[in-house]
Design a protein around this ligand. Sequence first.
Ligand SMILES: Cc1cc2nc3c(=O)[nH]c(=O)nc-3n(C[C@H](O)[C@H](O)[C@H](O)COP(=O)(O)OP(=O)(O)OC[C@H]3O[C@@H](n4cnc5c(N)ncnc54)[C@H](O)[C@@H]3O)c2cc1C
Length: 402
Amino acid sequence: MSNVTSDEEVDVAIIGAGPSGLTSAIKAVTQDVEVFVFEEHKTIGLPTHCAGLVSVKGFKKLGFHPPSNVVLNRVRGAIFFSPSGHSFVVEREKEQAYVLDRVLFDQFLALNAERKGVKIKLGCKVDSVSVGKKKVFVKLVEEDKKRDIAAKVLIDAEGVRSTISRKLGFSTPQALLPAVQFEMINVDVDVDFVELYFGRKIAPGFFAWVIPTSDNSARVGLAAKNRPLDLLKRFIKRHELVSNRLGRGKIARIIGGTVITGGPISRTWRSRILLVGDVAGQVKPTTGGGIILGSLCSAIAGKVAGKFVREKLPVDVLSTYEKTWRKLFDKEFKSMKLLRKFLNILPDKTLDKLFLYISRYDFNEDIARFGDMDFQFKTILKSLTNFKALSIIFLTSLSQFL
Ligand SMILES: Cc1cc2nc3c(=O)[nH]c(=O)nc-3n(C[C@H](O)[C@H](O)[C@H](O)COP(=O)(O)OP(=O)(O)OC[C@H]3O[C@@H](n4cnc5c(N)ncnc54)[C@H](O)[C@@H]3O)c2cc1C
């Protein structure tokens, strides 16, 4: 890992060596510019705050698949449980999602970035940033020593905490939910299926998850409006479909974090600054998953920033980043945000009826016919009492959970 001298000027500076910062770095460096990533922690990937469930389809869009040492498990479906325990299964023959070791995944990205020429500076915190006419000035703190560098453009990938972006006057991600997850061993789980539990008493505002990492270990967690730790303990000890399978398991590790359900912030670039990933709210409001969409947006930012430096383009060119990701994904984010709101207002009784209805009928033909997202959301508004329409909307949106 590399050194930057105090009065050095770099082409592209990046805050944070998470998936978003590293993806931007890889794309920027392939434009033949000098890229530095500053990461406050001394080890890439730690501390983790993730369930590591990432769709195979998503990786296809990113243009690579994670190496086998990073993949703990592969699931081919999900079982959805209503508040009172009605369930249905969505399954495919082939694997649908990877369960990743997030530390190894981030380290794999970092190694890849370094091989391409990115300089990663660990244990180096970005303390503050100010924007000049021709440069961005970055104050770094490393082992209690402060020093300054300048960059032609800065990509902020600092994650949900948003300390630097807030100081720069950007808005912050909304509808944040506290989350807790236990890494459990000696539990009884089906290695092929993720389990998702809905209900206001289980996880108000979100859901609880059981993600198998092997046939006797799992990540068990939930996000909720408040008290996620109490709710998670109660879920494991008292839920009648869970307690006998998980209740006697051992908790190997506890992690906490913040899930973003409010969608992207209103503006993700200004002057020489681009915001990517969690700090920009580029996370699925339905599931809290940010690895794929965050990385897809970060790749655009890296490419735009690299080209801006290499071709010495005017600053306004950086707006291409926001224009491009909004064109590609804004509709998707908006639909998911609406669906999240819709799920949040559905009373438990309605969810129960919906799950029961779905578990009894075969919707495959209808889903193929009404699979279009625009159709879904016009339908939601018109058909809150029509169970068939509701079921179709719900089922067509399930692809987002895998
Ligand atoms: C409980 C939980 C479960 C989740 N499960 C999933 C899941 O299953 N699938 C999925 O796709 N997503 C999941 N997510 C979301 C996912 O973890 C995030 O979307 C993803 O980590 C965002 O990546 P990022 O690079 O934007 O931010 P981060 O991964 O948070 O990386 C930001 C980096 O910036 C560094 N940093 C911050 N400030 C500074 C500074 N001032 N100077 C230097 N470095 C700094 C941090 O140390 C960190 O390394 C989950 C989130 C939570 C909370």
